[in-house]
Ligand binder design. Structure first.
Ligand code: NAD
Length: 358
């Protein structure tokens, strides 16, 4: 990959490669845009097939964090970390302490926490080396796992999409297909069952599926075929790129709304979904609940404030659907306009000098 070309294309400020021989840590931190404030975004650990794949992931994910913070009305920028390694076998105290020391070198320009392949407990090791962490377990001063609050935000997006399509937010009697039963997917399935939906769900981890089937009575499905399930709502809650050349024509849902970051292979799939008459809830709005919670930790955490901001996802999403229809645009295009408006508003406001202006 031509890194500077890619940074210019996507608008990144900084990409940092971190290597620690003693622990074996190989991590990339990408800081996308700090117009709104210091960068914030989780740390993903995956056995990436190549360094290029890891770099591509961290660039896309950090870019998405800028959009997420901007639309959610938060004064944070976008950042992300990826660790190249297998979370099942390669997590050690040394690895997460080394990561903590690298985070510390950024002096608050970037804070991180859990993401796919990591949990708040991993960062308890990092906490010995840096304070610039979020999503720590409650016992260590954090607000705990973000899975449920993210699921709550996704549910608000689903309710908005149902209202837009069917004039009622109710999930009663509707079918929802959930791909991924991890930290978010599990809570989403639980909420959907409580609301009377028929829940079909899949995960590549059969033990997880077995546990959720017996606890919630959901219908299990094939993890690779689930995106083609005939349903009202398809909810991608695993990894990205679910909507691509292969799947787009095979979708049999009316709504796509889930937690996975970068659900569309690229933004042109927003138009393809529109052409197919499928209502798409842009991922960086639907899944902002986790970011809202961890951002609040950096402002003296208040659960009521977090809930209030997560409730706003419903109105925000409904407004996006309505504007997209009015202007005959894809929901992604409208969501991106909202991002750009907030970033330029911030630039305009900052022309006023204050003593603390930098
Ligand atoms: P997780 O790692 O806890 O769960 C992901 C689950 O998806 C795992 O159980 C995994 O086995 C499963 N999976 C992977 N590939 C699959 C496939 N092809 N089919 C079916 N299942 C598959 O992660 P999570 O925290 O639940 O996050 C899920 C998604 O939501 C990720 O894309 C993440 O970036 C995004 N997200 C999470 C949060 C959060 O607060 N946790 C916030 C915003 C966005």
């Amino acid at each position: 990959m031509e890194i500077f070309k890619e940074m210019e294309k996507r608008g990144h400020e900084q990409v940092i490669f971190n290597f620690d021989k003693a622990s074996g840590l190989k991590a990339i931190i990408a800081i996308h845009d700090t117009t709104l404030g210091p960068a914030l975004g989780g740390c993903r650990m995956l056995p990436y097939a190549s360094e290029d794949a890891a770099l591509d992931d961290v660039l896309r994910l950090s870019e998405g964090m800028t959009y997420k913070a901007a639309v959610a009305g938060l004064d944070f920028g976008g950042g992300k970390t990826v660790i190249i390694g297998d979370p099942a076998t390669e997590k050690t105290e040394a690895l997460f302490r080394a990561l903590g020391r690298f985070i510390e070198t950024l002096k608050g320009r970037y804070s991180t926490g859990e993401d796919v392949g990591t949990t708040g407990d991993d960062f308890v090791y990092s906490l010995r080396e840096t304070q610039h962490l979020v999503g720590l377990p409650k016992a260590y001063g954090g607000a705990g796992d973000t899975g449920d609050i993210t699921a709550e935000g996704v549910m608000n997006a689903i309710h908005a999409a149902l209202t837009y399509r069917f004039e009622s937010p109710s999930l009663e009697g509707r079918t929802i297909a959930i791909q991924g039963l991890g930290k978010v997917g599990y809570h989403l399935a639980k909420r959907a069952v409580t609301e009377g939906a028929h829940v079909i769900a899949a995960d590549i981890n059969p033990q997880l599926v077995g546990k959720v089937v017996s606890e919630l009575g959901i219908e299990p499905a094939d993890p690779w075929g689930i995106v083609e399930t005939s349903c009202d709502v398809l909810s991608p809650c695993a990894l990205g790129n679910v909507i691509n050349e292969e799947t787009i024509e095979r979708l049999q849902c009316k709504i796509v709304a889930g937690s996975a970051n970068n659900q569309l292979k690229d933004r042109s799939f927003g138009d393809r979904l529109k052409e197919r008459g499928i209502t798409y809830a842009p991922d960086f709005i639907a899944n902002a609940g986790g970011l809202i919670q961890v951002a609040d930790e950096l402002h003296d955490y208040r659960v009521e404030r977090v809930r209030h901001q997560v409730d706003n996802i419903y109105d925000l999403m409904l407004a996006i659907f309505q504007e997209a229809e009015r202007d005959n645009l894809s929901t992604v295009t409208v969501a991106m306009k909202t991002v750009e408006e907030r970033l330029s508003l911030y630039h305009a406001i900052h022309r006023i000098y204050t003593r603390s202006s930098s």
